[in-house]
Write a protein that binds this ligand. Structure first.
Ligand code: HEC
Ligand code: HEC
Ligand code: HEC
Length: 301
């Protein structure tokens, strides 16, 4: 699914490469060579594709301020430090231990070296253009696919188990603070991790999520700070939870028979729905970007 358009130099010179739709540059028009081309050198494009394009795509997402797919975008002034180009600021941020890009942490030294050499060499054009990943699941219009709502404010619903309660709501707000909600104080009510997985990316609160009883190959895989890996299975409402403790921060991904979706950020709260709201939030964590919406199933290959 992460395809990078490659085309031959001859094709590029004659017709340009890929329809980027930016209207910028075009191939070789000024006789000075590659510098105004839209496409990036392939080694640069590969890194942008795997490390940056999920947020700095077109349009940008997860609160990234700009798209970084074309030469023109890399050469343009940064929106917040216009004295620097996006390329120069990218090198600075890719080295910045306190505020790295990507936000999940520093990339490998070899990857940084490729970007740094290209930027200091004046960001010459190349033959490969990173593509924004089409994601019809995550980017679907808001809808409650199940059409099955949990009644607001009720902690029971006839015919349903307690495990199916309040899909999409931040479970740990109650299930790590039982006293606040006059809940019984037994260990059973306190969770370390909980959330909801949905069929599409912007489903409303209280809407039952993915039916894990019918769709049985989907799991939430957590790797905690000590390297312990465990799988959580969504129930009939898409809710999943863990009671035993988890060393923070942790990594999370959704795994199915057709692929996986991994989170690059490592949160220090197990309250998945705090960030994975219908519209997406950073859950009040200043180090986190805004989540792209709900936790959803992987794309089919
Ligand atoms: C998970 C999403 C995400 C990924 C992946 C990501 N960024 Fe960002 N980027 C952001 C967000 C959000 C901001 C705005 C907040 C900030 O500046 O920290 C940002 C800001 C920036 C800025 C500063 C823009 C300005 O004008 O202030 C640059 C430059 C940048 N990113 C470059 C990159 C590069 C290069 C990569 C890949 C190597 C990358 N980012 C990967 C989300 C991301
Ligand atoms: C507004 C507060 C609130 C939220 C949010 C909430 N719960 Fe609950 N939960 C309760 C209350 C109240 C009970 C009743 C049990 C009690 O009094 O101990 C309960 C009971 C449960 C139980 C039964 C506990 C047991 O084993 O005895 C499960 C499982 C559960 N909730 C799962 C979830 C999940 C999963 C979420 C998030 C999708 C969630 N809850 C969100 C308040 C909440
Ligand atoms: C502090 C906020 C926060 C919390 C808590 C959080 N996430 Fe995320 N999540 C994000 C952000 C931001 C992104 C997008 C950028 C990235 O991948 O880091 C994301 C992305 C994801 C993705 C990839 C989405 C996609 O398809 O591109 C998955 C899967 C995911 N999270 C699962 C989880 C699970 C499971 C939990 C709970 C165990 C969880 N998240 C808790 C903020 C959070």
């Amino acid at each position: 699914m992460f395809t990078v358009v490659r085309c031959s130099v001859v094709f590029l010179l004659l017709f340009g490469c890929a329809d980027s739709g930016t209207g910028e540059g075009g191939a070789g028009g000024n006789g000075t060579g590659a510098s105004n081309r839209v496409a990036l050198p392939c080694d640069v494009a590969d890194i942008v594709q795997s490390r940056c394009a999920s947020c700095h795509g077109n349009p940008p997402s997860s609160s990234a301020p700009q798209s970084l797919l074309t030469i023109a975008e890399w050469k343009a002034p940064s929106p917040t430090f216009p004295e620097l180009s996006n390329g120069e600021l990218s090198v600075e941020r890719m080295k910045n231990v306190a505020r790295p890009m990507p936000p999940s942490g520093l990339v490998a030294a070899e990857e940084l070296a490729v970007i740094e050499a290209w930027v200091s060499g004046g960001m010459q054009g190349g033959e490969c253009e990173p593509q924004t990943v089409e994601d019809p699941i995550l980017n679907a219009d808001p809808v409650c696919t199940s059409m099955d709502f949990w009644p607001a404010g009720e902690d029971e619903k006839p015919g349903k188990t307690r495990e199916e309660m309040f899909p999409g709501m931040p479970c740990l707000d109650c299930h790590q603070n039982p006293a606040k909600y006059n809940m019984e104080e037994g260990a059973d009510e306190v969770f370390s991790i909980a959330g909801t997985i949905f069929p599409t990316g912007h489903e409303p609160d209280l809407c039952a999520g993915l039916d894990g009883d019918s769709i049985t190959d989907v799991l939430i895989r957590i790797e905690d700070a000590n390297g312990n890996v465990f799988d959580l299975k969504p129930n009939e409402a898409g809710n999943f939870l863990r009671k035993a403790s988890v060393a923070m921060p942790y990594a999370a991904k959704v795994v199915s028979a057709t692929g996986e979706r991994a989170m690059s950020y490592k949160p220090s709260t197990g309250d998945c729905n705090l960030c994975h709201t219908a519209d997406g939030s950073n859950g009040g964590d200043p180090n986190s970007a805004v989540a792209p919406g709900r936790i959803v199933v992987p794309l089919s290959p």
